[in-house]
Design a protein around this ligand. Structure first.
Ligand code: ADP
Ligand code: MG
Length: 379
């Protein structure tokens, strides 16, 4: 209940938005992160600056928090398991372990009958000779763990490319995925409570640039039957994992499968493509994370206004600070900056969401503002 101390493993923007949601509801939050100045750490009620594997830091967080969650997909599942002896943890170690490795994730999905892109596993250079790799070319070679925002993956056309890419990825264990001709990408955030109550958010239509989410348009401009299928699939995945918490499923819509859905990946946490829920839904994905963690019933996920969310990347700072007035002067724009001091290309610095009863208007206005931010810096 409000007044209790919650724990957040990870100090990034997802952690920060969780902290804000929790504090608004009257909870206190302890954040653990290795960086002394992190987006979540700087607004937390208590901040522990340490590595995720630091035993005394983990003891401290489990002693002072009744329940602990994470924003960081690559958190060691062993750490979650250890913590679970002392306090409530969600999501649990098994779900995180399954989702954080592309091999176990795909094995889980395939074993449960979910459609995924054709792939093979490349563990050693010899696998490039013995596996029938040409079945998966052209393709994308992805490191099995620790990749994010398009990092740790390379497009490959032929076997020569593949060899070079495997070397460039330092011979890490990889999956080679067939390149899918994409009509669209969509995602669904789903929340599942301790008692098995499940609620999905509306489907988000996602446009990526260089492997990083650029724009989310919600609700996705897809047939209702496809949207229902995406939401149902997300629920089934949460059920199969016996998941507690907030989870996001990313899908490909591809001509390869007659515009049916293929699952790209699962994120065992709130997701960038669900940020629109902060401003456009009755309950945000972060409030929902608080609710699942605290054993509360789930909040309503209904979207009250169509929305377009635009990511603000560090690239915009190349010529000084972006001119925020372009966003702020719009009466239905919501600007969210994450408080990161250093802007680097590709780094997620913030996002903004445009709300409008017409989705097409929201999208057009969002693009106009995005372009003006790109043009007009140095202010
Ligand atoms: P990350 O963990 O970095 O989000 P993803 O596997 O989701 O990695 O890949 C990032 C983006 O790259 C996807 O959203 C999609 O746009 C593109 N992509 C990834 N895999 C494929 C594929 N097999 N075929 C076509 N595009 C892909
Ligand atoms: Mg992804």
């Amino acid at each position: 209940m409000p007044g209790a101390m919650l724990g957040m493993l990870g100090g990034g923007q997802l952690g920060r938005m969780f902290v804000t949601a929790a504090q608004e509801m009257g909870y206190l939050v302890t954040v653990l992160d290795s960086s002394p100045d992190s987006p979540a750490g700087r607004i937390a009620d208590d901040f522990i600056c340490a590595n995720y594997t630091d035993q005394s830091a983990l003891r401290k967080i489990s002693n002072q928090c009744v329940a602990v969650t994470t924003e960081f997909e690559n958190i060691s599942a062993d750490v979650l398991e250890t913590l679970s002896v002392h306090c409530l943890i969600s999501p649990d170690a098994i779900s995180v372990r399954t989702a954080q490795n592309r091999i176990t994730e795909k094995q889980f999905l395939a074993a449960n009958g979910f459609a995924i892109a054709p792939y093979c596993v490349i563990r050693h250079a010899e696998d490039l000779l013995t596996q029938n790799v040409s079945n998966y070319l052209p393709g994308i070679l992805k490191v099995s763990q620790f990749g994010y925002d398009g990092k740790g993956q390379k497009r490959v056309e032929n076997v020569t490319d593949l060899k070079l890419a495997f070397e460039a990825l330092n011979h890490s264990v990889c999956v080679l995925e067939k390149l899918i001709p994409l009509t669209l990408e969509v995602s669904v955030v789903v929340a599942r409570s301790a008692t098995g109550q499940v609620k999905t958010y509306p489907v988000s239509e996602n446009q990526h640039v260089n492997g990083i989410l650029d724009i989310s348009i919600v609700p996705a401009r897809i047939p209702t039957s496809l949207a229902n299928h995406a939401q149902m699939t997300a629920c089934q995945i949460a059920e199969k994992l016996d998941y507690r918490g907030v989870l996001c499923v990313e899908f490909f819509v591809s001509t390869l499968t007659n515009n049916e859905l293929l699952i790209n990946e699962i994120a065992p946490r709130p997701h960038n493509s669900g940020h629109y829920s902060l401003d456009a839904c009755i309950t945000s994905q972060f409030e929902q994370q608080v609710r699942t963690l605290c054993g509360l019933s789930l909040g309503e996920t209904t979207q009250h206004t169509p929305a377009t969310m635009v990511n603000v990347l560090g690239d915009l700072w190349h010529n000084g600070k972006p001119n925020w007035s372009h966003v702020l002067q719009h009466p239905s724009a919501k600007l969210h900056l994450y408080g990161k001091t250093e802007a680097r290309p590709g780094r997620k610095m913030g996002h903004f969401t445009i709300l409008n009863n017409s989705l097409e208007t929201a999208l057009q206005q969002a693009i106009t503002i995005k372009n003006s931010l790109n043009l007009n810096q140095n202010t």
